[in-house]
Unconditional design. Structure first.
Length: 317
């Protein structure tokens, strides 16, 4: 299906030269930029992650004869990046009656306005970043989506029952109880690691902040933390619960959370830089068409190493 371009302009008055092009505010990139996932690059097809677990009775009373015990399980997880792309076509003539038409040149061989090109590239990168943020967690593994962590975990029968927790609608009154369920579900061995984190949806994050600010059902004291009420928290400051790091994540659906070791949750791709590279190909220099093809190409996949080491908090049916 061809790209649809809609240009709405009065072409009268005076254009603001400071803002030029203003787009909707977008989020994106928070999960990877915060170092929550272990990024594996230069994967062309599949990379295998070997797993090892030793269970059963390992330490026992000394005997005269050698008596082997325990169970050694060797397995593997795969990262198989899915290749995706963005293809958008801009027709130069659509912008000839716009504010930036002088930037297109006087010749019959027009170019895209420079201000438009720069704004368009930035907007595409931001849109892809927001989509990636959502898909890292909730991608359905459909034709146009990655396989998200929460999607994998919900379907993973190997996650112990005590670590697959049915979620509830988050409020300031129940957020402490619900976070306690998640943190209590973290295995002791994982809890002892320095890189353990609980990623929570933003509505859970702000309910927790409000609860610690007091003045609400479930609030901690009349004036909250340090007597500062709801002013105790500044955006960007760290949060924790029972000594475990909490990280609010835009890509998580409301009322969901996931606990894990950062070193054992993976994002596989060819090159991470592909997500910020946009190519604008002027077709007038190729076949004479007065259009510009806008192209992005990137790949990605997610996975965690051991089902026994994660805690899933979300819909379970």
């Amino acid at each position: 299906m061809a790209t649809t371009t809609s240009v709405t302009t009065t072409f009268a008055g005076e254009r603001d030269e400071e803002l030029k092009y203003v787009s909707s505010a977008l989020y994106g990139g928070e999960t990877l930029s915060a170092g929550l996932f272990n990024i594996k690059e230069r994967i062309k097809k599949t990379r295998v992650l070997k797993t090892l677990s030793v269970t059963g009775t390992i330490i026992k009373a000394r005997t005269t004869l050698f008596t082997p015990t325990g169970t050694v399980t060797v397995g593997e997880r795969e990262l198989t990046p899915k290749y995706l792309e963005v293809n958008i076509q801009l027709t130069k003539s659509d912008f000839e009656d716009d504010w930036d038409s002088p930037q297109m040149g006087d010749s019959a061989f027009k170019t895209l306005p420079n201000d438009l090109s720069q704004a368009f590239v930035l907007e595409l990168v931001n849109i892809v970043a927001q989509s990636l943020e959502n898909q890292l967690w909730n991608g359905t593994d459909g034709a146009n989506e990655l396989h998200g962590i929460m999607t994998r975990a919900k379907a993973d029968a190997a996650i112990p029952a005590a670590q697959k927790i049915t979620n509830a609608t988050s409020t300031t009154g129940n957020i402490i109880t619900e976070l306690a369920k998640v943190v209590s579900g973290i295995p002791a061995g994982v809890r002892s690691k320095r890189d353990v984190v609980v990623c929570i949806s933003n509505n859970m994050k702000y309910n927790y902040i409000d609860a610690l600010g007091g003045f609400a059902s479930g609030g901690q004291g009349g004036n909250g933390v340090a007597g500062q009420g709801t002013m105790w928290y500044n955006e960007g400051n760290s949060l924790s619960f029972r000594g475990v790091e909490l990280q609010g994540v835009f890509g998580l659906n409301d009322n969901t959370a996931f606990a894990f070791e950062k070193s054992k949750i993976m994002f596989g791709t060819d090159l991470q830089g592909d997500y910020t590279e946009v190519k604008l190909l002027d077709q007038s220099e190729v076949n004479g068409d007065d259009v510009v093809n806008c192209i992005m190409k990137f790949s990605g996949d997610t996975n965690y190493v051991l089902s026994s080491d994660v805690v899933y908090y979300g819909p379970t049916s």
